[in-house]
Write a protein that binds this ligand. Structure first.
Ligand SMILES: CC(=O)N[C@@H](C)C(=O)N[C@@H](C)C(=O)N[C@@H](C)C(=O)O
Length: 760
């Protein structure tokens, strides 16, 4: 997991859009859910604007012309995104989530579709009137479970019955979700327990909005509670991007350590088998059902002690010896499947996750990260104990998810900007072998019970996501779906050339140059460099609406993964610590140098754009060079001290800048573009979301005002009802509006296209 946030570590800047934020509507699924793609009923494969009309602005828009042609803005609504493939235990069927926008309703919609692994038409299994995602098959093949919020249910797990005629989705209480032994007789999962009952006391503030009520131990009170509807804050984490404002505690802090529970399949009785002051995490049962492995604090200290220690350390100034020391926060333990005293499997420095038993139950594998800035690896240890051994040796890259199949361990990994399915050498002596690879990005490798069938979703530069199947060893790959057939037939998606180049310190940097739509040899075209955020994320070999948008406008799009990006190993990722805007800036400008001397690039018409950390970098660039004729800065950061105080992710700079602003104010200041704003001459478009709690509005506002006061052309677009993820999961109409503004801004400054003349 990401050290600062609840996010997976290797987040591709392009793929962050995939798990669309679902506005799950409460609505029962009608019977006869199965539909053929492209045959109506709420949107077939690739169907544009699938929902039935209602009065909306989009209804007034003319039909999109047939292609082949450049991408138009409204083509965005036509692209289907596939995610979470799941192979049935017998390997015969594959379920997948299909998400697309419903243009007329300004929303996204997700459904579960199922396709035979042997091929054939995919079938829709969930209702077009309800949101459904994340399919998973029960081990005995009786159910297809999926996530949905429907009226009259508890929790968000629903199921379609497979072993008998089935109608609407149901909820089943006797089939718990969790880790199961080979015979599938019971499931093991964590249980947060119930809060201790407290005597109800009258709450004088009970009628107030939750954010307005005086939190626990607050000193001030509303003079008249019915007249105060503001926000009263005493806790540090009072706002979270994508969630909003979070009400504070109203009672003293208590701890509810997670326990391990087990429940027989076909029974509704849950038995909690532990009762400890420490939490159990990620329990997995051995194939023979006798043992449960889990992670917990390395000293099994009560959660209250661990949390208080962490909170008190967090108030101290940065201390190199203490804060850079390697830590052993957690270890793996094994307990009898009926409960008892756990045994520590091994004392291992660092963090363990994804504990997995070998099929014979004799060994345990896990992903281990020996130190915060060190590469993770797959480790294997005897279930009896011993020293874990690394399977990937000194491999440059890091494993994603892995499966221990009958034939060995297979895993996914980011290899720079592409991704692959690989097999580990179980002796740990050789580097892993790529089974499914190529210039593309793969997600969600899923296997049947025997490991003989493998499914994944894949995309490449000019191909939106589709579902693929192959043999377990990666051979015999076949594309199973064509949800984007119609849009692909109309739109000529641009392809990109992969480049690598040596930058400061001889470090190799990977990048791509996407050709403009309608490229003709002998002509010159404007070029825009895109800069990703994080900084620990990456661009890569996948279809990306933003790049296609500007390429369709007739521009080269340059994008690179400067040092600091993820996907090239932890040393590369963390090599910019304390040096943001230094060598990574040079990595970016080096790419501009290389590309700008090409005969087909007009070096007098270059632009730059980027979001979040990329937004910081674009403002930083604006203070350093006038080579760009126009810049767009998105969800920007212009003052790191302001950002530290107003964002929801202080851990990022506390780690990267070696402390809090007052520990290292000089660095926070020196790396803040606002200190040099008097040097900016480049026209800038600023795009910012009103509800962005990751990079709040103040950075954009001060940048806007500073440029205005200096007479530099600047526009600020403030998007309502939007957070940090507007460009990925925001309201479709606003998201597309933003794409249009990018075309217009660069169209005006780089191509001389007059306001209002850029095609939609
Ligand atoms: C990798 C990551 O997400 N890091 C976070 C702490 C983060 O949110 N950083 C932002 C400043 C950022 O740049 N986010 C990127 C990923 C974005 O595009 O939003």
């Amino acid at each position: 997991m990401h050290p600062f946030l609840d996010l997976p570590m290797h987040v591709s800047a392009q793929w962050r859009r995939a798990p669309y934020a679902l506005a799950l509507l409460a609505c029962a699924a009608p019977a006869a859910l199965i539909a053929q793609p492209g045959r109506g009923g709420g949107g077939g494969a690739g169907g544009a604007g699938a929902a039935a009309g209602g009065a909306s602005p989009s209804n007034a828009l003319p039909a999109l012309p047939k292609g082949p042609r450049a991408m138009m803005l409204r083509d965005w609504y036509r692209v289907a995104n596939l995610s979470n493939p799941a192979v049935s235990p017998d390997g015969k069927r594959i379920a997948v989530t299909v998400t697309r926008a419903v243009e007329a309703d300004n929303r996204r919609h997700s459904e579960i579709w199922v396709v035979n692994a042997a091929g054939g038409e995919p079938q829709r299994w969930t209702s077009p009137s309800t949101e459904s995602s994340n399919p998973r098959w029960s081990a005995d093949g009786k159910y297809l479970f999926f996530t949905s919020q429907r009226a009259g249910g508890t929790g968000n797990t629903w199921a379609i019955r497979l072993d008998q005629p089935s109608g609407e989705a149901i909820q089943v209480g006797d089939y718990p979700n969790g880790s199961m032994p080979s015979d599938g007789s019971f499931a093991v999962f964590t249980d947060a327990g119930r809060p201790a009952p407290t005597a109800p006391s009258p709450d004088p503030f009970g009628q107030m909005q939750p954010m307005a009520r005086p939190p626990f131990e607050a000193i001030t009170r509303p003079s008249v509670s019915a007249r105060f509807d503001g926000r009263h804050v005493v806790d540090m984490s009072y706002k979270v991007n994508g969630v909003g404002f979070v009400p504070g505690r109203r009672v003293a802090r208590t701890w509810r350590p997670t326990q391990i529970a087990r429940q027989p399949i076909g029974d509704t009785t849950k038995k909690v088998i532990t009762s400890t002051a420490y939490s159990h995490r990620g329990p997995v049962v051995s194939p023979d059902g006798k043992w449960i492995a889990f992670t917990a604090d390395s000293r099994l200290r009560p959660d209250s002690v661990v949390d208080r220690e962490r909170d008190s350390l967090a108030t101290l100034p940065y201390n190199k010896v203490r804060d850079e020391a390697e830590r052993n926060d957690a270890d793996i333990y094994i307990i009898d499947a009926n409960g008892g005293t756990p045994r520590k499997l091994t004392d291992w420095m660092g963090a363990e996750s994804q504990i997995t038993w070998s099929p014979d139950g004799k060994q345990i594998a896990f992903i281990g990260r020996p130190g915060r800035t060190k590469n993770s690896n797959i480790y294997v240890v005897d279930a009896a104990g011993g020293t874990p051994r690394a399977l990937l040796g000194n491999w440059q890259y890091e494993p994603g998810n892995f499966d221990w199949l009958p034939g060995g361990i297979q895993f996914t990994a980011e290899i720079g900007g592409r991704s692959a399915v690989l097999r580990a050498d179980m002796s740990g002596k050789s580097l892993p072998t790529e089974l499914v690879s190529g210039r593309r990005q793969l997600r969600g490798a899923s296997y049947d019970e025997s490991g003989k069938t493998l499914a994944y979703v894949a995309t490449s530069m000019n191909k939106p996501t589709e579902l693929f199947v192959a043999s377990g060893d990666g051979t015999g790959e076949r594309q199973l779906t064509n949800f984007n057939k119609d849009v692909n037939a109309d739109v000529v998606w641009s392809d990109a050339e992969r480049i690598t180049y040596k930058s400061v310190g001889n470090l190799e940097i990977e990048g791509w140059l996407m050709k403009p739509y309608g490229y003709e040899a002998g002509k010159k075209y404007p070029m825009v460099i895109y800069i990703h955020g994080g900084p620990h994320s990456s661009y890569g070999e996948g279809w990306f609406d933003e790049f296609q948008n500007l390429a369709a406008q007739g521009m080269f799009v340059l994008f690179t993964n400067p040092r600091g990006s993820s996907g090239y190993g932890a040393p590369f990722t963390y090599s910019t610590r304390g040096r943001w805007g230094m060598e990574d800036y040079q990595d970016l400008m080096k790419a501009v140098d290389i590309v700008s001397v090409r005969a087909d690039v007009d070096s007098t018409k270059m632009g730059a754009t980027g979001g979040s950390y990329g937004g910081f970098m674009t403002t930083w660039m604006a203070t350093k060079t006038t080579r760009f004729k126009a810049i767009e800065t998105d969800r920007t950061i212009t003052d790191w001290t302001y950002w530290y105080g107003s964002s929801d992710a202080q851990g990022l700079t506390e780690f990267e800048f070696y402390g809090k602003p007052w520990d290292n104010q000089k660095l926070y200041d020196e790396l803040s573009p606002i200190r040099y704003v008097n040097k900016v001459k480049t026209p800038m478009l600023i795009v910012q979301s009103e509800e962005d709690h990751r990079t709040p509005m103040g950075s954009a506002e001060i940048w806007f005002m500073s440029l205005k006061k200096q007479g530099v052309p600047v526009e600020l677009i403030r998007y309502p009802r939007s957070n940090h993820d507007l460009s990925r999961t925001g309201e479709p109409w606003l998201l597309v509006d933003r794409l249009g503004r990018l075309r217009q801004w660069f169209g005006y400054w780089l191509q001389g296209v007059q306001p209002g003349a850029v095609a939609n």
